[in-house]
Design a protein around this ligand. Structure first.
Ligand code: 7TS
Length: 412
């Protein structure tokens, strides 16, 4: 690990506080990650020095703001190895990015066409496709997950039958926010391409947790959120291959995305402006660029190794707890930095409430994965999700807390 890791905890001001008289142990990173000082400083610096509207002013502040905003776009293009900054559209987050693609693609679909999703999708990569199917008359199908605890990941053997030329879009997550498994996205994109289907990757859980090369993966569209990768809330990215973006209809119209307007109609600018009507989220885009710098300084391979090692350790230690059911990849399986589990006798909300008393932040619930939960015969799980500032000691604190909870509820 390089020198940037040495003081990684010190980089995050929020971590240095007590919750209910205990040191904060933040294990809810799959919901949102904490922000390093460098990202907070980028936000403050922008508002204190450069704040102005972009793309329209000829004065110094407006030019500085425009340079910083477009610089952030180029920085993010580099972060995911896009061919061109114009392939980076700023959105509010993953959800908005997927909605833009789904609504625009829906207009090109007809009855008989198929939209293929998977059974492990977050509602944000599922409901927009249900709406697209409803609007267009296309049929929505799902690639199944394998195993009683979905420990086998996606059923790739089922792809042969499902991925026919009738499939026009194949939308799938890179990493499931409930299971933690890592899907073979390059292979899935290749399979989609082979039948002429568009590939759409939900990279919400992967983008900040390891290397991501959009070109090597061969994705048509990729959506992700800034707030899960140390960036601010309210900013995200929709990546689209340039040739596709130029054919995609704008989702919203208004100022900033038009070349000419008369009383009869308007002509759209090319991407990315075509998809960024109105004043964009300038400050948060700039701070997202700072988050890219921060994560690259740590090293994306190192981040993946760190998060996966913590999850593997947590999996081992949690396995020893009585009555625990662990969801997703089994021992030795490829698991990203999160672990989901359930106890037969204790509801996830009770687990989270008890852990909170010990200063530990977890998430309990269906994690916006209701259809998957039903498939697994569960209503909820408890989830611990790790990031660069988490430690082995924090996993021990989690296990100690869970033992206290089990004792309280089950006398175990
Ligand atoms: N896709 C996946 C795989 C996600 O995990 C999430 C958020 C989203 C999409 C939506 O991202 P947003 O930034 O647009 O809201 N997942 C979670 C979670 O697991 N707990 O809180 C939010």
């Amino acid at each position: 690990m390089n020198a940037a890791w040495k003081n990684v905890r010190a980089d995050f001001p929020i971590l240095h506080q007590q919750v209910h008289g205990k040191p904060l142990v933040y294990l809810d990173n799959a919901a949102t990650a904490q922000k390093p000082r460098a990202v907070i400083d980028a936000l403050v610096r922008y508002y204190e020095r450069d704040n102005s509207n972009v793309h329209r002013g000829l004065h110094a502040l407006s030019m500085r703001a425009t340079d910083a905003y477009e610089g952030a776009r180029a920085r993010i293009a580099k972060f995911i190895n896009a061919a061109d900054p114009a392939e980076i559209i700023f959105t509010r987050g993953t959800t908005e990015g997927i909605n833009i693609v789904a609504r625009s693609v829906a207009a090109t679909l007809k009855p008989g066409d198929v939209i293929l999703c998977t059974e492990m999708e977050h509602h944000s990569n599922l409901v927009p496709w249900q709406q697209a199917a409803r609007a267009s008359g296309a049929t929505l199908k799902y690639l199944p997950v394998l195993g009683a605890d979905a420990e086998g990941g996606l059923d790739l053997a089922a792809l042969d039958a499902l991925l026919t030329p009738a499939v026009k879009v194949f939308a799938f997550t890179h990493i499931s926010n409930t299971l933690g498994g890592i899907n073979p996205v390059a292979e899935l994109c290749r399979r989609a391409r082979a039948v002429g289907a568009l590939s759409v990757i939900d990279a919400a859980q992967s983008i900040g947790h390891g290397p991501f090369d959009a070109r090597a993966i061969g994705a048509d569209y990729v959506a992700f959120s800034g707030h899960k990768m140390c960036g601010p809330t309210g900013i995200g990215v929709l990546y689209g291959r340039r040739a596709l973006l130029d054919t995609l209809a704008p989702d919203e119209t208004g100022g900033g995305m038009v070349v000419t307007v008369d009383y009869a109609g308007a002509k759209w600018k090319p991407a990315p402006e075509r998809f960024e009507a109105g004043t964009p989220n300038i400050a948060d885009a700039i701070a997202l660029g700072a988050a890219c710098d921060y994560l690259d300084a740590l090293g994306r391979d190192e981040i993946a190794r760190h998060d996966q090692a913590l999850a593997a350790l947590a999996y081992e230690k949690l396995s020893a707890l009585p009555g625990i059911r662990l969801i997703g990849p089994g021992r030795g399986g490829v698991r990203s930095g999160l672990v989901s589990f359930a106890f037969a006798e204790v509801h996830a909300h009770d687990v989270v409430t008890f852990a909170d008393e010990d200063g530990i932040a977890l998430r309990g619930g269906h994690h916006c994965n209701q259809p998957l939960m039903r498939k697994l015969g569960l209503t909820s799980t408890t989830r611990a999700s790790f990031y660069v500032y988490n430690s082995e000691e924090e996993i021990d604190a989690l296990v100690t807390s869970l033992r206290r909870i089990l004792k309280f509820f089950a006398g175990g």
